[in-house]
Design a protein around this ligand. Structure first.
Ligand SMILES: Nc1ncnc2c1ncn2[C@@H]1O[C@H](COP(=O)(O)OP(=O)(O)OC[C@H]2O[C@H](OP(=O)(O)O)[C@H](O)[C@@H]2O)[C@@H](O)[C@H]1O
Length: 269
């Protein structure tokens, strides 16, 4: 069991449905957990990010300090951490795929509570809107269990972004371990801009899920220490999208070099 305090997960009752060598310590709040964290910053070798924005990559937003960061702790990752070639690398590979049998994402089913017996270094994925609430359904259970991760998510949604420049759907945030020794990562796939009656249409949510998952798989490549990946049946509760539509779309994702192959799906009993 994780190092987290045991909590009753109420979400189950919901219906199925990141010159000169110089190291310095700085306070770094927004890109880490809610409490400022000491991070070692190296000025050696700028990590310059040239970006090309396309329909599935978001617009420029408030810049953060991207000078080479050598960290004591893992940092949260999002679209600002993608390689400059993103998502071109994918289409190149898609063109090459006519000469090779592409391998697609595999979903492996498990029955039970996604929060039970989580191994160290596990990544837990859930669907989010861009409002940064984690206010209901399984998102609320994440908020209860991982309050610091929630704070990082909220910072990303409402401090790094604004009402007029919201987080784009079809993107993902990979929240690094925040809660003690559990070392659990949280993957937020932004599958709908809003929630409730204002949620996106099912076909839009499914398309966003595919693009978000591709981005998340790319970000996972940059993270160190992720042991396994679990997710709930995305979109099948509050977002009201039949699981089969989401699962079919996810299983059609063509894997790129270095991406994880398998994601465990936790189906509540
Ligand atoms: N412990 C557990 N273990 C395993 N599976 C569990 C579970 N507990 C619940 N499930 C299942 O997990 C699936 C998803 O069901 P959910 O309704 O939660 O999520 P969804 O993806 O449809 O919708 C997302 C919006 O809900 C929130 O909204 P707010 O932020 O509050 O606005 C978000 O942020 C988004 O916006 C359903 O199959 C549940 O049975």
């Amino acid at each position: 069991m994780s190092g987290l305090p045991k909590k009753k997960i109420t979400a189950l009752s919901q219906p199925i449905n990141k010159g000169k060598r110089k190291l310095e310590e700085r306070e770094f709040a927004v890109d880490s957990c809610d409490e400022p964290t000491s991070i070692l910053l190296s000025t050696q070798g700028e990590n310059v990010k040239s970006k090309r924005y396309t329909s599935i990559s978001p617009p420029p937003t408030k810049r953060r300090d991207t000078k080479n960061v050598t960290m004591k702790e893992q940092k949260h990752l999002d679209y600002r951490d993608l390689p400059p070639s993103w998502p071109t690398a994918q289409s190149t590979s898609a063109a090459a795929s006519q000469f090779a049998t592409p391998s697609s994402l595999k979903l492996v089913y498990h029955q039970g509570d996604i929060f039970e017996n989580i191994p160290k270094g596990c990544l837990l994925i859930h669907a989010c809107n861009a409002q940064g609430h984690w206010g209901s359904g399984i998102a609320k259970a994440f908020r209860d269990q991982y309050p610091k991760a929630y704070a990082a998510h909220r910072n990303f949604c409402i401090k790094d972004h604004t009402k007029f420049n919201p987080v784009r759907t079809g993107t993902a945030q990979l929240v690094a371990p925040c809660e003690g020794e559990s070392e659990h990562w949280i993957g937020c796939v932004f599958t709908s801009a809003k929630y409730g009656k204002a949620k996106d249409k099912p076909e839009v949510i499914v398309r966003n899920t595919v693009n978000s998952m591709k981005m998340l798989l790319e970000l996972v490549m940059q993270a160190e220490g992720i042991t396994e990946i679990r997710m709930c049946m995305l979109n099948s509760g509050k977002f009201g999208v039949p699981w089969e539509k989401t699962s079919e779309a996810l299983e059609s994702i063509e894997l790129q070099a270095g991406w994880r192959v398998t994601i465990g799906v936790w189906e509540p009993v």
